[in-house]
Design a protein around this ligand. Structure first.
Ligand SMILES: Nc1ncnc2c1ncn2[C@@H]1O[C@H](COP(=O)(O)OP(=O)(O)OP(=O)(O)O)[C@@H](O)[C@H]1O
Length: 250
């Protein structure tokens, strides 16, 4: 493939003697959705943590468009385009839905928290319009004035994604976006993520729901005990005997 937008090379991470990741490689092409799957404890979240900068690897590299970002803090990765959501929702419950999305723009170059103040300039208005657009993508516009804490769980997850989108990512990292959602919420997620991909966004998604993975991913990487077991198009990979065996733990 062409030079990947995101390249993870030989990343290793131990926690108190436990190998959470062992020499893991991951190449993600621009404009694709890449799934990271595997049984519980396989190292999926640790991989997202290393890519987003929340966990420093013991060894290995993370590159975005050829630039080594391995040693950068999460805050310095956001303006470069690496933005994530969390498995456990991290919203400002006392702020409104719109305010949460405006804060998502905070990490972008020269934005600051200014976007919460009344509109002053054309740039402010543009930011506000983009925030409204992010709300629209996740059908949150009717809730823009509600406090985030008042939203049902599924909508809070959507708000997390809208906030991440407002940071204008190049690579959006989603940690279990379907977990805890209703069947309807999970179904709605699929066309949304595809649409974002079709607009050119690159997505890395950790997810246990294999229907969601099969429907949104161009490529999957399977981890098992911190090692890359296999990878490829979701259909054949998920149907393979080695992946089935890994999930069954036999
Ligand atoms: N901060 C930490 N301190 C100690 N051990 C950790 C830490 N984070 C992860 N681990 C361990 O590293 C291994 C990989 O964990 P990780 O959460 O990355 O797996 P996962 O594939 O995301 O699992 P799940 O599907 O259950 O979320 C596990 O053995 C876990 O207990």
């Amino acid at each position: 493939m062409a030079e990947p937008l995101l390249r993870v090379s030989a990343v290793t991470k131990h926690f108190q003697g436990v190998e959470a990741l062992g020499e893991v490689d991951l190449d993600v092409a621009e404009g694709t959705v890449h799934g990271v799957v595997g049984p519980n404890g396989a190292g999926k979240t640790t991989l997202l943590n290393v890519v987003s900068g929340y966990v420093p690897p013991d060894a290995g590299r993370v590159e975005l468009a050829g630039r080594d970002v391995t040693r950068l803090t999460p805050q310095r990765r956001v303006p470069l385009g690496i933005v994530r959501t969390f498995q456990n929702i991290r919203l400002f419950g006392g702020l409104t839905v719109l305010e949460n999305v405006l804060l998502g723009q905070h990490g972008r170059a020269s934005t600051g928290t200014r976007s919460l103040w009344p509109l002053r300039s054309g740039a402010d208005r543009r930011l506000r319009a983009e925030a409204e657009q992010a709300l629209d993508v996740f059908e949150l516009a009717p809730y823009r004035g509600r406090r985030a804490a008042e939203l049902p769980y599924g909508l809070q997850k959507q708000l997390e994604m809208a906030r991440a989108l407002a940071a204008r990512p190049k690579v959006l990292l989603l940690d279990e976006p379907a977990a805890g959602m209703t069947a309807e919420g999970r179904r709605a997620l699929v066309p949304r993520i595809r649409e974002l991909r079709d607009e050119g966004l690159t997505v890395v998604v950790v997810e246990h729901d294999m229907d969601v993975i099969s429907n949104i991913c161009d490529h999957v990487t399977v981890l098992n005990f911190g090692r890359r077991l296999t990878g490829g198009p979701p259909g054949p990979v998920l149907a393979s005997n080695e992946v089935r065996t890994a999930y069954l733990g036999t």
